[in-house]
Design a binder for this molecule. Sequence first.
Ligand code: NAD
Length: 299
Amino acid sequence: MKIGFIGLGIMGRPMVLNLMKAGYEVAVYDIVKENVEQMAARGAEAKCSAKEASQDCEVIITMLPNSPHVKAAVLGEDGVLEGARPGRILIDMSSIAPAASREIWEACAKKQVQMIDAPVSGGEPKAIDGTMSIMAGGDKAVFDKVYDILMSMGGSAVYCGEIGAGNTTKLANQVIVALNIAAVSEAFMLSKKAGVDPQKVFEAIRGGLAGSTVMNAKVPMILAGNDKPGFKIDLHIKDLANALETGHETGAPLPMTAGVMEILQNLRADGYGQSDHSAICKYYEKLAGTTIGTEEEGM
Ligand code: NAD
């Protein structure tokens, strides 16, 4: 089976490699030519537009930053809907607003193209390992049809409900991750200022109730002063903006999300937009005048 894949960034590239490892032929497109060339060198078929990457493909996957990018690639000129034939399936694996998923699904339905939203969690390491957690929304029969494709990139794929349900689930995930990194940063700065080595705090509490996947993944980065992405602050701002918008639409209160959003905005203004979201610690480091890790005080 041939799959069209659009969006060859941090996540898209390893996902394409896992699809090819599972035996699928993959036609690829990205607006950045070097990304296409890089994947062509690994055995994918290079294409010049989303339309071209969708032609002759039974399934088309998009892995793009946010709602406007997915709308441009799917609904826009030379987009997926100009290339995909009736009966084909679009799997949008980007993390976008649930309302945008519904809008794109409606446009696809008019062209008899089926669509599910299937965002992922796990970040680059799990995209490389093919162990991402996938959360999907749409017609259950379409989800069942593409289940094997999803599982060639993920460790789990859970059907969450109608179209947009995957992205609603992903927003819940992103709220928890952002608040968790902020909580970890706040608590580890407390221990540093109060004179207890944060490395010892990590060793002591990681196996207890406060321990988490976020703590295990991000505290070593925070202690090493490493903010190489991973998952960029700019993308987390996008997710929290979508969460706040969805909360306002549905009446869900998100006071803590709104607070962490302000921290992220402050970090972006300080030039950390392209840093890993573990750089939330930098906000606390600025306020406290010291680093959580081993670097010298008086920054
Ligand atoms: P990225 O910025 O590294 O990659 C996005 C790619 O899309 C880029 O290569 C860009 O050139 C391309 N692109 C943008 N507009 C395009 C268009 N119109 N047509 C074709 N290509 C276009 O982002 P990423 O980290 O790979 O994330 C992709 C999605 O996955 C985002 O929604 C993100 O929130 C989500 N996600 C990321 C992670 C992570 O850890 N990086 C984890 C889970 C989910």
